[in-house]
Design a protein around this ligand. Structure first.
Ligand code: NAD
Length: 284
């Protein structure tokens, strides 16, 4: 018998906790503020930015939105990031990815002050994650850890398989699971015996970006399945990387798409904004 882990439910709990923290900060004259930069008119990015704005409103966080045209020059974007870095009333800065091709993503992300880097993409924050001593965690992996904690799923000694090795999801996910004493394997596009590796997993995290990539024959009975993938199908519907209908029958816990990891990513961003605000105001 499987249980669906509702990202909607867990993210509500996180956002309510954040709302309380915001109230407390405001009582002390501190108003948390998140600045979001969107360059271009990618429809998926637009949806993500709108959802972030809504979450800020829910939590009482002031949100600033900078929507720049796709043809924005790198110097202009850099100038904006520097302005926000120096603005004491701005606590968190997020640059929505992907950026248009003519802009150097790495250069822009590295420019965001580490203490305002609420996505935790800056090399300094990534380094902190490697040594297990961090202020912020990347939103998606941290959101997944929150879901696992919420369901009392203990990773100690478990075989965890992460499919995907991106800097945003796969690699930090593996680090966080390792910190919880799991034995972690990362699979990627060059992995030869992927099916066998995944079949040995107590916990599977799929972050590939391919619909129905994880099939029931790869899943061990009782496995925990976390589906990070967001794939838009021809009919406009969203679908994850896991064949949900078939895999759920073998799983102990499984996350749906939509309503799984996605809302957790945004809730963690809210939490990171509060952490940033506390650090910048000496209230850790
Ligand atoms: P990415 O494209 O950077 O990385 C995909 C990874 O999949 C790569 O490391 C690649 O090695 C691996 N891969 C590709 N083909 C493979 C194969 N045949 N076998 C094994 N591994 C293979 O993507 P990403 O940014 O990590 O995102 C992955 C998915 O998660 C996407 O669908 C994205 O939209 C989604 N995503 C969701 C959230 C959320 O909040 N739910 C957040 C970030 C990303």
């Amino acid at each position: 018998m499987y249980k669906i882990i509702s990202g909607k439910e867990v993210s509500e709990a996180v956002k309510l906790r954040v709302s309380d923290e915001v109230k407390e900060l405001k009582e002390n004259g501190i108003e948390p503020c998140l600045a979001v930069i969107l360059v271009g008119d990618d429809p998926a990015s637009r949806v993500y930015v709108n959802n972030k704005k809504k979450a800020c409103e829910f939590c009482g966080i002031r949100s600033l939105e900078y929507v720049l045209p796709a043809e924005t020059k790198e110097e202009e974007l850099i100038e904006l990031v520097e302005k926000l870095n120096n603005d004491k009333s701005v606590n968190g800065i997020l640059c929505q990815l992907p950026l248009p091709k003519h802009l150097d993503e790495k250069k822009v992300l590295n420019l965001i002050k580490p203490e305002k880097d609420v996505d935790a993409f800056h090399p300094e924050n990534v380094g902190h994650i490697m040594i297990g001593d961090f202020n912020f965690l990347p939103c998606t992996p941290a959101g997944i850890m929150e879901m696992l904690r919420y369901e009392n799923i203990d990773l100690d000694g478990k075989n965890c398989v992460v499919i995907g090795r991106s800097n945003i999801v796969g690699k930090p996910m593996a680090m966080l699971m390792l910190k919880e004493n799991a034995t972690v394997t990362i699979c990627h596009s060059r992995t030869k015996n992927l099916k066998e590796v995944v079949a040995g997993a107590d916990v599977i995290v799929a972050a590939v970006g391919r619909p129905n990539f994880v099939t029931a024959d790869m899943v061990k009975d009782g496995a925990v399945i976390i589906d990070v993938g967001i794939n838009r199908m021809d009919d406009g519907k969203l679908c994850g990387d896991v064949d949900f209908e078939a895999c759920k029958e073998k799983a102990s816990y499984i996350t749906p798409v939509p309503g799984g990891v996605g809302p957790m990513t945004i809730a963690t961003l809210m939490q990171n904004t509060i952490t940033a605000t506390r650090i910048q105001n000496g209230k850790e």
